[in-house]
Design a protein around this ligand. Sequence first.
Ligand code: NAD
Length: 269
Amino acid sequence: MTKPIGSEIFAGHFKGRRALVTGGGSGIGLGIAQAFAEAGASVLIVDRDPKVADSAENLRQAGFEVEHAVADVTKEDEVKAAFARVVELWGALDILVNNAGIITIANLEELSLEEFNRVLAVNTTAVFLCCREAAPLLRASENGVILNASSGQGRQGFIFTPHYAASKFGVIGLSQSLAKELAPSGIRVNSYCPGIVKTEMWEYNDREWGSRLGNYKPGELIQEWINGIPLKRPAEAADVANLLLFLASDAGSYITGQAINIDGGMFMN
Ligand code: NAD
C-alpha cells in the first residue's frame, strides 16, 4: 500500500486522538485507518468481514495502536456493540469515518427492491446509525469530526446505479444537516467524494458496467474512464486518506458541511 504522504506531514498531530473507521478492513478504509494510525491516532477498525482481524494485526505489527471489531454497520445492535467498544477502550471519540459502502450495477427493470434497499442501508442508513451512536462520544472530545464517504455519484448519477447514486447524494444531505446540528458542540461534519479508486469495488464495476455498456475486455472500461480524468490516473487509497487527515486535523478546523471531491478533476462542482 502506498504510504500516505499526509501521515508524514501530520506526523504526531493525531497523538492522543481516537478514530473509528467503518469498512476499514480493506480497500480505501484500510488506507484511511493506516494513515490515521501513522499520524499518531489510536484507531478502531470496524468491518463486517472477519478478515479485519488480520488487517488490524498487520498494523499493530508495524507498531501502530490499532484495534478491531467485527460488525455489520446496517445492524443497529452491532453498531451499538462497536461503539460500546469505543467506550470500553477510550471513553470518548475524536474522529468517526463512515467509509463502509457497497455498490451493485443493475438495469432498472432488473433492480429488485431488496437490492435497492440493501445499498441504501449500507451507504446511507448506516451512516445515520453510526453518527447517532458517535454523537455523545464526539461531544466529549475537543476535536470532534465526522467524515462520511460519498462519491462522484454524489455529484452526478451514472447509468445503471440509481440506488448507489441516491445513497451517495443522501450522504451529502445527511452530512450537511448534521453539520448544522452538531456545530454548537464543536463537531465538524464533512463528506468526501472519491472518483476512481483501484479497489475490489472497482474490479467489480469494471466487469459489470463493461458488460452492460459494450464489449469491453477486463480493464478496458476503467482505462477509458481514467483517460477522461484530467490528472490521468486513478486514485490510491492514500490519496483519499490524505484529504481525510487534513479535514480531521486542526488545519481543517474552519471546514464543515462540505462535500469535497478527491477525483483528479473528474468532477469540478
Ligand atoms: P471495498 O469494497 O473495496 O471495501 C469496502 C469495505 O467495507 C470492505 O472491507 C467491506 O467488508 C466493508 N463493508 C461493506 N459493507 C459493510 C457493512 N455492512 N458493515 C461493515 N463493513 C462493511 O470498497 P472501497 O472501494 O474501499 O470503497 C470504500 C468507500 O468509498 C465506499 O463507501 C464506496 O462507496 C466509496 N467510494 C469508492 C470508490 C472507488 O472507486 N473504489 C469511488 C467512490 C466512492
